[in-house]
Design a protein around this ligand. Structure first.
Ligand code: MOS
Length: 748
């Protein structure tokens, strides 16, 4: 029989959820409208620290349509213990509980929720809720907080302590070349297009359906169940579509808690949507300060690395990141140490934002590496190759694979790096200085235990499912391709389902582990279907496949075909009919390493990238344009080159934002983020983005994960801002060590 070309793993299948999204059929959390739904509008607190002394809601209650105003004074009871309010990803500390008591922990903290029949009534009434406070002294000045940096006694689960090697102090004292620089990264907010939102459907039978903007349906389900003391079996969380997450949806945010509080109080359906301004009152990438001291021989060989960093957290939780480990892992250098601590401020707790820790610590470290290359009078790419480490230099373990050398070579070739002038300020176009910079990116290649289900119907349609989510990364598409590949069914026959807490167990979608983990589980479930099909085929009259085992057959176009005799085949339909089956179902669990275990493993598992950037800087105005980026990525097996490229593009764009635009500014007097809107918080727009060339280098790696997949959601941002900053130095001769590099910093 004819064999159609496989369109499974490795093919650039267009997003299977694309049509639903562009036609508006995909419904997001705030687009559900159960009957008798109340609209909840959040009243945000005005001070950074202190307590509420009184709430006057009489005027607000007088607004037609207002049904109730929920505050800490009239809220329903919730679980008492701290641990009942924790979620899968919460750091050590005492999780914030909205409307719990009169204490104010951060500016913008919700202090009331107005419930009304219309959104407009709720919003208007929210402006009339009068809250009186007793303010206490606060600190939201990161520099001041850094002076009291500390190492939390209880570490976050995925924290990796930097390991010291050799004697860096002694090596530094002897080093003929030494650079010591201090870097700073501003607070950034995730700003996904879709604001955080929850619609709760209060069902007649007392069960609760929660449409939530979250990166983990089961994480939110478990959290609500324990915080509200309601059996998880009564709570179903749905998140089939997510308008961007970047980490802001890893932990349940206060919108979902408030919606649940209101729904249980009123026993009615409720919708709560954060405003864009309120999106600046919860999770954010921590501010960071990083001091890098490097020593080298005259020929540029690194002899010492001291990598120290501090990131911001809140007073009530210790959010920790792996900031200093990357620099210690990536370079061959006999003496190295790291030191990391956190600094607490009166803000909401910082949290994971795309490549947490690495986007900060690797990027800033790569700016220091550029300074040492300059000191050694070496081309920055040649410097990196001179100090290249084949192994994980911090842990002394081999990588399952590291094709960074190939990424440098292919990236440099595509970029035309050989034409670079060694000295800064040597390239010019009209009134613009031109600069070229390079940086290395690095991220974990993680795997998380994940289950998937598969169900083959008698008509040959297949459904594959898992409770995880597609945060825009392409998980639906990757699942479809893996199912296609394993069972030889065309993608049109396959439906991938995600975003439902009722589906097989999955962790949150994050850490770039989705494709590797969900993919492996889907493959196992489909292999299990394949085995059951073959068994069913044995019931077909005349046994066309004889005693063929699973390795003796292929699955092609809805048929089981003998490898040795392609004329011998049984259709799925015939096999199922012969066995009297209407459907075949399977559920399998893929297991693997988890992020916190990396350092204890025999081998290190990481993705790498080489980023080359061209900038043009208007010397008079200080305006920087990033005119070209080449990002060469070594990330194992690529399941879908189209969605993979999109992930890297998105990461690079966010990296350009980190380099030039993104910065949440603090008014330390009010203790409040000031630029809490997209007019004043700048993200790159189309006009800021020019040519981005994405290269995937060949990196076969059967060890790293079952499918050889390493994940791509985060690596694109790591190092990108460093390449841009290094290019700005090459253009202007000026080192700006504080990101973002805004016009004022270039002109002072
Ligand atoms: Mo990502 S910061 O793990 O969503």
């Amino acid at each position: 029989m004819a064999t159609t070309a496989r369109i499974g793993i490795g093919s650039p299948l267009s997003r299977v959820d694309g049509i639903a999204k562009v036609t508006g059929q995909a419904r997001y959390a705030a687009e559900h409208k159960p009957k008798d739904m109340l609209y909840g509008f959040i009243v945000s607190g005005a001070i950074a620290k202190g307590r509420i002394t009184g709430i006057d809601d009489r005027k607000a209650r007088g607004v037609p349509g207002v049904v109730e105003i929920v505050t800490h004074e009239n809220r329903p009871r919730t679980a008492w213990l701290d641990r009942s309010h924790q979620d899968q990803l919460g750091p050590p500390g005492s999780t914030f509980r909205p409307l719990y008591d009169d204490k104010i922990l951060f500016s913008g903290q919700p202090v009331a929720l107005v419930l009304a029949d219309t959104f407009e009534a709720a919003r208007h009434a929210a402006t009339l809720v009068n809250v009186a406070y007793e303010a206490e002294a606060h600190n939201t000045d990161f520099d001041k907080a850094v002076a009291e940096r500390y190492m939390p006694s209880k570490k976050r689960d995925n924290y990796i302590a930097p390991k010291k090697r050799g004697d860096p102090e002694k090596a530094l004292a002897k080093a003929p070349l030494k650079v010591e620089s201090q870097f700073h990264l501003a607070v950034e907010h995730h700003n996904p297009m879709e604001m955080h939102a929850t619609t709760i459907e209060w069902m007649d039978d007392g069960s609760i359906t929660v449409h939530d903007k979250t990166q983990g349906s089961q994480n939110t389900q478990a959290y609500l169940s324990s915080a509200f003391g309601i059996s998880a079996s009564k709570i179903r969380v749905l998140n089939p579509y997510i308008g961007g997450g970047f980490g802001s949806g890893l932990r349940p945010q206060y919108h979902v808690y408030l919606a649940m509080l209101a729904a249980t109080m009123m026993e009615r359906s409720v919708r709560v949507v954060m405003t864009r301004q309120q999106m600046f009152t919860h999770v954010h990438r921590p501010a960071a300060e990083q001091r890098v001291t490097l020593g080298a021989e005259m020929d540029g060989r690194l002899t010492a690395i001291v990598n120290e960093a501090t990131t911001s957290t809140s007073r009530y939780e210790d959010n920790m990141e792996n900031v200093v480990t990357w620099g210690l892992m990536n370079y061959a250098c006999p003496n190295a140490s790291g030191d990391y601590a956190v600094a607490a401020m009166d803000t909401a707790t910082s949290g994971d934002m795309r490549a947490p820790g690495a986007a900060t610590g690797m990027t800033l470290f790569e700016m220091a590496i550029d300074e040492m290359a300059e000191a050694a009078r070496l081309d920055p790419l040649a410097f990196r190759l001179l100090n290249y480490s084949e192994d994980d230099a911090m842990n002394g373990t081999p990588f399952t694979s590291k094709a960074l050398r190939e990424a440098f070579a292919e990236g440099a070739e595509a970029f035309g790096w050989a034409e670079r002038k060694a000295e800064p300020r040597q390239m010019r176009e009209g009134r613009e200085l031109v600069g070229w910079g390079v940086a290395t990116g690095m991220w974990d290649a993680l795997f998380s235990k994940t289950s998937a289900g598969a169900k083959l119907s008698a008509n040959g349609d297949l459904e594959v499912s898992s409770a995880g989510s597609d945060i825009g990364t392409g998980t639906y598409t990757v699942m479809t391709q893996i199912a296609t590949d394993t069972l030889g069914l065309s993608p049109e026959r396959i439906t991938a389902r995600l975003g439902d807490s009722d589906l097989p167990t999955s962790p949150v979608e994050g850490g770039s582990w989705g494709a590797a983990s969900t993919g492996a589980a889907v493959q196992m479930a489909c292999q299990s279907i394949a085995a059951k099909l073959l068994k069913a085929a044995g019931k077909v009259d005349g046994k066309p496949l004889g005693s063929a085992g699973i390795d003796d057959v292929e699955f092609v176009d809805g048929h089981i075909v003998s490898k040795t005799n392609p004329a011998a085949s049984v259709s799925f339909t015939d096999a199922m009919r012969a066995a009297g089956l209407n459907s075949i179902e399977a559920e399998e669990t893929a297991t693997g390493g988890i992020s916190g275990m990396i350092s204890q493993m025999r081998k290190s598992r990481n993705t790498h990238s080489a980023i080359f950037a061209e900038v043009k800087v208007d010397e008079e105005l200080g305006v920087v344009r990033v005119t070209r980026i080449v990002c060469a990525v070594a990330a194992g097996r690529i399941i879908n080159p189209k969605t993979a490229r999109s992930q890297i593009l998105g990461g690079v764009v966010m990296g350009i934002g980190m380099a030039l635009h993104e910065e949440t500014m603090m008014d330390t007097k009010l203790g409040r983020f000031m630029n809490h809107n997209l007019a004043e918080y700048h993200v790159p727009a189309n006009a800021d983005i020019d040519a981005i060339d994405v290269i995937f280098v060949d990196e076969p790696d059967p060890e790293v994960t079952p499918l050889g997949v390493k994940g791509l959601g985060e690596i694109g941002i790591v190092g990108t801002a460093g390449a841009v900053a290094n290019a700005i130095w090459h253009a202007t001769g000026k080192r700006v060590r504080s990101l973002p590099i805004t016009i004022d910093k270039l002109q002072d």
